[in-house]
Design a protein around this ligand. Structure first.
Ligand SMILES: [Zn+2]
Ligand SMILES: [Zn+2]
Length: 268
């Protein structure tokens, strides 16, 4: 069934996991990290972290909520439904699943069951495709997430480092959170260490992703182009999106086999 966006059911495991991780990280930051600082530092750290959090949630929502459906598909389906005029001559690519014309940069996503204009990749964390319509939102999201995890990671390392040597931090924690015994302090450090580790891990992995996308931009490629290049394929990105002229070769009910026959013909 065609999915509208990343909030359409069924929700993905990766997507739910990402919500749980961000929710716990953020709560632990405000409840346990912030009280370790003195008043002037608290306002600066809270402000920076809250801005990064707001941007992460805002762009995350926009990237998930966007519907990256190929507009030609939408237009043709609307035309068929309401008997409106549609200029098929403008488009020479066909999707054999949607059974409509598509733009040249389109690819049919099996997960979303629709054609995506400017397909980059299907993101399991967003449970949505990233295409022409939401690529910028996705880029802003990973940049904001990098800031968020960067702040949490460095603040966490600072706290753990100081709690061992600095009596001021110990006193602050005792006043604010009632952490007055060695055992409670160890427990506190373990929680902070755990979430700092998670933040640093996300910071490194997400940083790699950012580097990869900057590199792709420089090369003028999408993630999908990169995958195809590695597989040694270039023409006809999706076996479901074929030139119109070959659509006649594809018989109903035996699509996959016939499309691969078309491909063999192409490669000759
Ligand atoms: Zn399609
Ligand atoms: Zn998809």
């Amino acid at each position: 069934m065609r999915r509208k966006n990343g909030f359409s059911k069924p929700l993905g495991c990766h997507q739910i996991l990402s919500w749980v991780v961000v929710f716990s990280m953020v709560n632990v930051f405000y409840i346990l990290y912030i009280p370790a600082f003195n008043s002037s530092a608290i306002s600066v750290i809270t402000f920076l972290y809250s801005v990064a959090l707001f941007l992460t949630l805002f762009w995350g929502f926009r990237a998930t909520y966007a519907d990256p459906l190929d507009q030609v598909v939408a237009e043709e389906l609307r035309a068929k439904k309401w008997d409106l005029p549609f200029d098929a001559k403008k488009y020479n690519q066909i999707c054999t699943v949607c059974n409509t014309h598509v733009t040249f940069e389109s690819k049919h996503c099996g997960n979303c069951d629709k054609c995506i204009d400017g397909f980059d990749h299907h993101c399991n964390w967003l449970n949505n495709c990233v295409g022409k319509k939401n690529y910028a939102f996705f880029a802003y999201l990973i940049a904001s997430l990098e800031a968020l995890t960067g702040i949490q990671g460095s603040v966490g390392i600072y706290i753990v480092q100081n709690i061992i040597s600095n009596n001021d931090v110990k006193n602050t924690l005792e006043d604010r959170l009632g952490i007055d015994s060695g055992g409670m302090r160890v427990f506190y450090v373990c929680i902070v260490l755990f979430f700092t580790f998670i933040s640093v891990l996300i910071f490194i992995l997400n940083g790699n992703l950012i580097g990869f996308h900057i590199w792709l931009k420089k090369k003028g490629m999408s993630t999908y182009d990169f995958i195809l290049q590695r597989r040694g394929k270039e023409k006809f990105k999706s076996k479901r999106v074929v030139p119109q002229i070959q659509k006649d070769d594809i018989e109903e009910g035996n699509r996959t086999a016939d499309v691969s026959a078309v491909f063999k013909k192409e490669s000759k």
